[in-house]
Design a protein around this ligand. Structure first.
Ligand SMILES: Nc1ncnc2c1ncn2[C@@H]1O[C@H](COP(=O)(O)OP(=O)(O)OP(=O)(O)O)[C@@H](O)[C@H]1O
Length: 786
């Protein structure tokens, strides 16, 4: 608690320094500075009128302390006034101290700054108008219009002559009168009419005795109050009064301006408090604890020899075009048009077939075209959605590597206003492809071995490292191969999340994965609870509200970072732990989108028993590198095509409908090492982000089954197991005719007693007691000890 308090203190203190919204004290200080400065300017300008000729020679002697100017503010006044009045706008410069003074008053008195901008705009318009107008007299009196006024006037005169300038000024004046003072001919006419009527009325009113008489009015004229209603006592409401007079003035209605007062919504107590807190301390900044954190720079990434971009090989283009045209002609398919778009690894030839050609005919020729072009990885898209052409993708002879550096440096990524932007690589038309992981919201990645999955995962992680502060995103990395993601160990205390009391943040063990997934489910439930309390629908709204200090940390509210769970070799996990992994993953995938937990899962084997229907349904974003069969392609993308890719980062991405072919950005292990090194060497949080504790069924329970809590059939079951030397619950079920649950409980108790070993997935447990004699001894020892 003490720690927490300290933390919030430091954060608020630091916040003051960085905040763009001024605190009340700062407003008062700045306001008074502006007011005093405007007064100084005013006096300088005013005295400049009388002393400018005398002070002219001093302008170059500013640093000379012996020289004194006649200006009321001495050399400072003389210089500033010379700048604004002589070289600037002349007499109109007086508008500047007025504007500064108004701004100062706004700040000093804490007035809402809404109307200030328009005051400045109109002030500057006046300034220019007046200085141009006075520019006419600049030759005789240079101080009237100033140099700028004279120059502007002169410039306009060169093109329009004196009369033209006068007309332009008149036009400017009209704009000012109409826009600022809302002048209209009807308004002026009406003004004079009402004035005339008022004067006439004055003359027409007969002079009555009462309004001339000096005597007090007779009492009888007073209305006697109604003894029951006390009507006379009830004062007429101000608004009622004015309303009645408003209504009786029949024809003056249109020129009376109606002032609409917008009703401010009543603020809740918490809002007022939050506003006060924001005013005093500024918005909550989650990045403040690592305020000096520096994002990795581009130099850490390699260009991979692709700095020059794609080189077009004209010969290859021509050759491929001729082959496509000839092959199609052999099958009596005429082409009316052909166009090529060159990408980093493939070139797309878009063809428009002659009228009457069936599309399916071209699609069936995929293999023949591949044969004639002597190239692998030809993909035919017939037709290209939304274009009305047929696409033939042909791999380039010399593929260009798309470096991670080029996509990170692209303005598309740098300017991406996304929650979790990921720069995957480049499209076939060489455009950088950036997507938001938060919108996906989960992604499934598949590809045969060596086709670029690990590079793809690194691209995802690198993109986020280049864009997100450690306070904003946390990764949970699952790496059963134990080698792919080890490098990220260095950023454990910056970016990783883990279970408490677990030594390694990068998870390599199955049981650990199960525990982490279940812990994430608890985190998800906790976050939903927080969202419910804050009455918001998603993490973005929650964090915005938290930053605006509308959620009290004492109620358990905290800034919620995004959590990205990355699993490499998912098939391996599913094979060994099955439902135990599938169930929490499906639960997370179904529910976690709103609370900022996103899953990125990669697998080598996209078979249906790995990517089950339940998982697939919840992963709308799919990414396929080259796979070995059409069936695998269908499992991952719901369509074929991924088996035709050329490997080395060539991939297909879909987020529902369209499939996009991309070249994955390449980031090599040394680059990742450099980035993690760079981040890891900076000041970090005291420990990795901790997930809620989860006590697994298997790990916790096995130990403490008290002897008296044991099942009545415990001894018989132990004998069955030891005799058969097979530790399975189904054996106990069969032999002792027990239900599944009871048999399962007995097995747990046998494990606690040290008779069988721990759970080993689908295999039977190991029996730790060799024979009946040893069992007898073990059980006797137990009873003696108690
Ligand atoms: N985007 C890419 N651009 C260029 N080359 C790439 C790209 N992606 C991968 N490669 C090449 O392919 C090799 C294998 O890539 P990677 O290690 O990512 O494959 P993988 O699918 O993870 O394999 P495995 O499943 O065996 O781990 C890399 O070492 C690299 O040479």
């Amino acid at each position: 608690m003490a720690k927490k308090r300290k933390k919030s203190k430091t954060s608020s203190a630091g916040k003051k320094g960085f905040s763009l919204t001024l605190s009340t004290q700062n407003k008062i200080i700045l306001g008074s500075l502006l007011i005093l400065f405007s007064i100084a300017l005013f006096f300088s300008f005013a005295s400049f009128y009388f002393s400018w000729q005398a002070d002219q020679s001093l302008l170059t002697e500013f640093s000379n302390r012996n020289e004194q100017a006649e200006n009321l503010l001495n050399k400072f006044g003389a210089s500033v006034s010379h700048f604004f009045m002589y070289r600037g706008f002349g007499l109109a410069s007086f508008i500047l101290p007025v504007l500064l003074c108004i701004t100062g008053l706004y700040l000093f008195l804490g007035i809402d700054r809404k109307g200030l901008l328009s005051k400045w705009i109109w002030g500057l318009v006046f300034l220019i108008w007046i200085s141009i107008a006075l520019g006419f007299f600049a030759l005789e009196k240079p101080l009237l219009g100033g140099l700028i006024g004279y120059e502007m006037n002169d410039f306009l005169q060169d093109y329009t002559g004196k009369i033209g300038v006068l007309l332009l000024l008149l036009f400017g004046l009209t704009i000012i009168l109409v826009r600022l003072f809302r002048f209209s001919p009807q308004g002026i006419a009406k003004y004079f009419r009402t004035k005339a009527r008022a004067v006439k009325k004055e003359f027409d009113t007969p002079v009555t005795e009462t309004n001339l008489s000096l005597e007090p009015e007779p009492e009888t004229e007073q209305e006697i109050p109604d003894p029951y209603t006390h009507k006379e006592d009830i004062p007429v409401l101000e608004s009622e009064k004015s309303e009645s007079s408003f209504l009786t003035e029949d024809d003056a209605g249109s020129d009376i301006k109606i002032e609409v007062e917008t009703v401010q919504e009543e603020k809740e107590e918490t809002d007022i408090l939050a506003e006060k807190l924001v005013e005093d301390f500024g918005e909550y900044d989650p990045t403040l604890e690592l305020g000096n954190y520096k994002f990795p720079h581009l130099e850490l990434l390699d260009t991979h020899g692709a700095a020059g971009g794609i080189t077009i090989n004209q010969e290859e283009l021509e050759e491929n075009k001729n082959r496509i045209v000839n092959t199609l002609r052999n099958y009596k398919i005429g082409i009316s048009q052909i166009k090529a778009t060159i990408g980093p690894t493939v070139t797309l030839y878009e063809i428009v077939p002659e009228a009457g050609i069936r599309i399916s005919k071209i699609k069936n020729l995929e293999d023949d075209i591949a044969l004639s072009l002597a190239a692998l990885g030809i993909r035919i898209i017939a037709p290209i959605p939304g274009k009305g052409t047929i696409g033939i993708e042909v791999p380039n002879k010399n593929a260009t590597i798309v470096s991670m550096r080029s996509v990170i440096a692209s303005s598309k990524f740098q300017n991406a206003e996304m929650e979790l932007p990921i720069a995957f690589g480049k499209t076939i038309s060489n455009e950088t492809f950036v997507v938001d992981l938060a919108k996906m919201p989960h992604m499934l990645m598949a590809g045969a071995t060596g086709q670029g999955k690990s590079v793809g995962l690194n691209a995802v992680l690198t993109s986020l490292l280049y864009k997100k502060h450690p306070a904003e995103v946390k990764f949970i990395l699952v790496d059963p191969k134990k080698v792919e993601l080890t490098l990220y160990n260095k950023i454990e205390r910056h970016y990783l999340a883990k279970l408490p009391d677990v030594p390694d943040a990068i998870i390599t063990d199955n049981q650990q994965v199960i525990n982490t997934l279940n812990s994430l489910c608890i985190e998800m439930d906790n976050r939903y609870e927080l969202l419910k309390m804050a009455m918001v629908r998603n993490i973005k709204e929650y964090n915005t509200k938290f930053k605006a200090r509308k959620l009290n940390p004492n109620d358990g509210h905290k800034f919620l970072p995004y959590i990205v769970l990355v699993i490499d070799e998912f098939a391996d996990l599913i094979m060994s732990a099955g439902k135990e992994i599938e169930t929490p993953i499906a639960r997370l995938a179904q529910l976690a989108r709103a609370i900022g937990i996103h899953l990125v899962i990669a697998t080598q084997r996209p078979s249906v028993n790995v990517i089950t229907g339940l998982i697939k349904a919840n992963f709308p974003a799919r990414l396929a590198f080259r796979v070995t069969s059409k069936i695998d392609s269908r499992t991952i993308l719901d369509t074929q095509g991924a088996e035709q890719l050329i490997g080395r980062g060539d991939m297909l991405f879909t987020q529902g409908n369209d499939i996009t072919r991309l070249q994955c950005a390449f980031v090599d292990t040394p680059e990742v090492a450099k980035i993690t090194e760079y981040i890891g060497s900076q000041r970090a949080y005291p420990e990795a982000h901790l997930l809620p504790e989860y006590v697994g069924d298997e790990s916790g329970t096995s130990i403490d089954y008290a002897i008296e809590d044991r099942d009545a059939m415990f001894r018989e079951a132990a004998e069955v197991i030891v005799t058969a030397q097979q530790g399975s619950a189904s054996l106990i079920q069969r032999k002792l005719k027990l239900g599944y649950n009871r048999a399962g409980r007995i097995i747990d108790q046998l494990e606690a007693a040290g008779i069988v070993g721990p759970f080993e997935g689908s295999k039977a447990r190991q029996v730790l007691v060799p024979d009946m004699y040893a069992l007898e001894q073990l059980l006797n020892n137990e009873t003696q000890q108690t």
